[in-house]
Design a protein around this ligand. Structure first.
Ligand code: DGL
Length: 278
């Protein structure tokens, strides 16, 4: 087996939310080892400027590249929205984002070609989902809405409180009035709000989880590049790293991953080798 196939998949996020992507990748590719970096010292990315997000994403990717991963997944929607072209230019390894798979899945699910997208302020400001949806289908209509209150609510564990449902109703009602039949959950944290979102949008609106779409995209792409692990069946390991104190990670990770995870190691960014400029 080529030695590249044995290498880990690197996944990074602004913090802990990216474990929703790790969860889907681990489910879809159970043999693969995963190295996860949560930039918990600098979370959130969703309120930061594009230049800052690009710089952080380069530093995160450099850390994973130095661990000799075979591919990098940008689990963070905000970083995917702003940094992907720079990462493709600067790093000589396959880099995957969550936006394109989510956009493609939304177009497969919609029947009336009216698609809603929710995400952080920075993701929505980037227009990345609309742009990719329109490249794939110029006639589709996209209705996007920034939902900045949702990340802190999920991190507090308020996923099914009346207050959260009321905020969600506020955010989602204008999209529903536009007649969307598909809603892209364009943020690492939103899969945890699925039951609450479902209770507001009803059963006729398809919910697209970009974490799930990304894992499927990754499986197909790595297989085409002959980079998938092949060999005796086994359970791949998940090795977490964080840039801040490990306490909060342990508290939150169970909910995002849906399983126990080993204790993360703390690291300091940037590692030597990044100058951080786009
Ligand atoms: N991971 C971010 C995203 O998916 C959400 C948290 C943040 O703002 O950093 O956009």
């Amino acid at each position: 087996m080529s030695s590249n196939r044995r290498r880990s998949i690197g996944i990074f996020d602004s913090g802990i939310g990216g474990l929703t992507v790790v969860r889907q990748v681990h489910r879809m590719l159970p043999d693969e080892d995963i190295v996860y970096l949560g930039d918990t010292a600098r979370v959130p990315y969703g309120t930061k400027s594009p230049e800052t997000v690009v710089r952080f994403a380069c530093e995160d990717t450099e850390f994973l590249a130095q661990r000799r991963v075979k591919a990098v997944v940008v689990a963070c929607n905000t970083a995917s929205a702003w940094a992907l072209p720079t990462l493709h230019r600067r790093f000589d390894l396959p880099v995957f984002g969550v936006i394109e798979p989510g956009a493609a899945m939304a177009l497969r699910r919609t029947r009336n070609r009216r698609i809603g997208v929710i995400g952080t302020s920075a993701t929505i400001r980037s227009g990345a989902y609309s742009r990719i949806i329109h490249v794939l289908d110029a006639g589709a209509k996209v209705f996007a809405r920034a939902c900045p209150l949702l990340v802190p609510l999920v991190e507090e564990g308020w996923t099914n409180r009346p207050e959260t449902r009321s905020i969600l109703r506020d955010y989602l009602s204008p999209l529903l009035r536009c007649g969307i039949d598909t809603l892209v959950l364009g943020c690492t944290h939103y899969p945890l709000l699925k039951p609450a979102i479902r209770s507001i949008v009803g059963k006729d609106v398809a919910l697209v989880d970009s974490a799930e779409s990304c894992a499927e995209f990754l499986r197909i792409d790595l297989s085409e590049r002959k980079l998938l692990f092949i060999g005796r069946r086994r359970t791949g390991t998940i090795r977490p790293f964080v840039t801040d104190d490990v306490g909060r990670f342990e508290w939150l990770s169970r909910r995002f991953l849906g399983a126990e995870i080993q204790r993360p190691r703390r690291v300091f960014l940037p590692v030597a080798g990044t100058d951080g400029s786009g």
